[in-house]
Design a protein around this ligand. Structure first.
Ligand code: SF4
Length: 230
């Protein structure tokens, strides 16, 4: 059979290809930090486009926090952007409180099995009065969680051990977010930067304590050592 070479790539493959090419060029011309900021803007634009096309709209709104009681995976470059944001926007007392909260969450998670971590309903250290206190720079993973129906999120929160509850997240948004992040990380890997996933609380605790993780990242080394990966 002759292969049909005229087929168009599927939209998610195309998102990855495009993001890879743009970020590669951005890292070369401007460095990883401006490349990250620009990539996060593009991810937001794609997400907004998908959200605006969902018939009946989405259920997510400020003050809804059911999906903020999960373990969150992050990547080193995202952690450094969050640290910069926190240092610029939070008072010293609030930063100190955050350091305490991420340390407590880290201890709690480290004492649990992998399954236990998934069902612990652990409150995110950034959740403040029902709202994300770092919304502009929240982890990419959080940006892919948008639901059409709040009931699934509520049920999962109320019964975290029931892993059979179907996800109410919008699949197109999840897939597009994944595709975007794959392209971005391919470009980071091409430039020989750390692309490991880390657990949010443990990574924040280390990055807030001193600048070693960021210096290691900039030297193209593994940013966080001695901690469990996300
Ligand atoms: S970082 Fe923000 S959006 Fe993500 S889980 Fe924490 S509070 Fe929720």
């Amino acid at each position: 059979m002759v292969k049909n070479t005229n087929q168009h790539p599927d939209p998610f493959t195309e998102i990855t290809r495009r993001e890879h090419a743009i970020t590669q060029a951005d890292i070369k011309s401007h460095g990883w930090q401006p490349a990250l900021v620009a990539s996060q803007k593009r991810q937001d634009a794609i997400a907004n486009l998908i959200v605006s096309s969902v018939s009946g709209g989405i259920a997510c709104h400020a003050g809804c926090w059911y999906c903020c009681y999960f373990k969150v995976d992050v990547h080193a470059e995202e952690v450094f952007r969050i640290v910069d944001y926190v240092r610029a926007k939070f008072s010293p007392a609030r930063v100190a409180q955050l350091q305490e909260d991420v340390a407590t969450n880290t201890k709690t998670l480290q004492a649990l099995s992998t399954q236990g971590q998934l069902t612990a309903n652990l409150k995110c250290a950034f959740l403040d009065n029902g709202q994300c206190s770092i919304y502009e720079v929240r982890p990419a993973r959080c940006k892919t969680f948008h639901a059409k129906d709040v009931e699934g999120c509520k049920k999962s929160y109320e019964d975290p051990n029931d892993l059979s509850i179907p996800s109410s997240f919008i699949p197109e948004l999840l897939h597009a977010g994944e595709a975007h992040l794959t392209g971005f990380r391919q470009a980071l890997a091409d430039a020989d930067y750390d692309t490991n996933a880390y657990e949010l609380n443990a990574a924040m605790a280390m990055a807030l304590a001193d600048s070693t993780p960021k210096r290691r990242f900039e030297k193209h080394k593994k940013a966080f050592v001695g901690m469990v990966k996300g």
